[in-house]
Design a protein around this ligand. Sequence first.
Ligand code: ADP
Ligand code: MG
Length: 409
Amino acid sequence: MEKVKELGSDGTRRSDYRNVAWHPLCVPHASRLWMPEWIMRSKRPRQGSAGTLYPMPLSESVVLDALKVVMDPDLHRDIVTLGFVKNVVIEGSKVSFTINLTTPACPVKEELKAQADEAVRGLEGVSDVEIEMTATVRAKPGEAQDLLPEVANVIAIASGKGGVGKSTVTVNLAVALAQKGARVGILDADVYGPSVPLLLGAQNEKPFTEGQKIVPVFRFGVHTMSIGYLLDDDQAVLWRGPMVAGTVRQLLADVNWGTLDYLLVDLPPGTGDAPMSLAQLVPLTGVVIVSTPHNVAANIAGKAVQLFKRLNSPILGVVENMGVLIDPVTGAETRMFSGLSGEDLATQLKVPYLGSVPFDPQVSQAGDQGIPAVVAYPQSAQADALKQIAGRLAQQASIKAMTAETPTP
Ligand SMILES: Nc1ncnc2c1ncn2[C@@H]1O[C@H](COP(=O)(O)OP(=O)(O)O)[C@@H](O)[C@H]1O
Ligand SMILES: [Mg+2]
């Protein structure tokens, strides 16, 4: 017997195999020479779970194995390990399955779908792939949301100072999330200047009660509640700390919010009683900070971030508002203010940057007319920015929920 010195790819001496009548399909790391014709013709030999190249009939586990190449870019794990792949059905050469993401507003939805399609289409014997994209918004686990058990994510929208466009941003993000198919609510907790009813053209609505609970006002696909609905226009209230806390509690507990994926809470500016009460009453998925590129605004925004960090509420990111002015003719962008940009603020605070909403008088007009910009001017740069920010916000909320659910190994 000729002694062959070279080593096989697994480090085994090839000569070890030569004396035995191995069945070609059982040889680990079988060389092409030993493979039957039909394997040679196949598009791609399937990798068995033990790393072998022998073919396996198309099955759910083969499909799942192939899908392990599709990574979620934010969660840094593959979609199979994350439990996103469901309902694998194989009918002849047609494979169908569902990818259940963590939010309908996922910005990488199409990318993941295309990668999954490619991975499964590459398997031999597969001629048709059908993928249904669904989403179940995950809640932060392990925390009893006593007051709002059916709300998956409570997200506070905060700012250091007033007038930065926090309410405008809140309303537009909520509508953008609802347009993507999420169940969304807005709680207007800015008791000093409730503006959500006005921004949604619902200032004349008077909510009714059903059973013991107040029914939210439904506008542009969003369930809303505000102290503004309950007070008369000219009614001035002298707010004291305990009253603010009590009102925030009532707006949470005495309202029939139903099942929601996201409840956005428009907080009063600054670091007063409302953010404190909110963070103590419900576990927040996180906080979004809206700021304009003024140093004063950025400085106070930094203080708001510190407050929420102390309250153990994660910061989901910074939104810059009115950062640039876009020339309607040339499309050229001019920075409106010379202060710290939203992006630099996010870097400084070590939190995600969610994006920038350009200044546009139309946004203001739409708000005054009670129609959010994403509805009134859906093709505008502002609407586009707001929709992208909504996607990134949903992405950050998913990351918070999923990283808490599946701790990094
Ligand atoms: N991107 C924008 N472009 C133009 N005007 C805006 C923009 N964002 C907000 N505004 C306007 O700025 C003013 C303050 O906005 P608002 O949302 O009420 O701020 P806040 O809730 O922070 O006090 C409003 O008149 C609003 O229409
Ligand atoms: Mg406001």
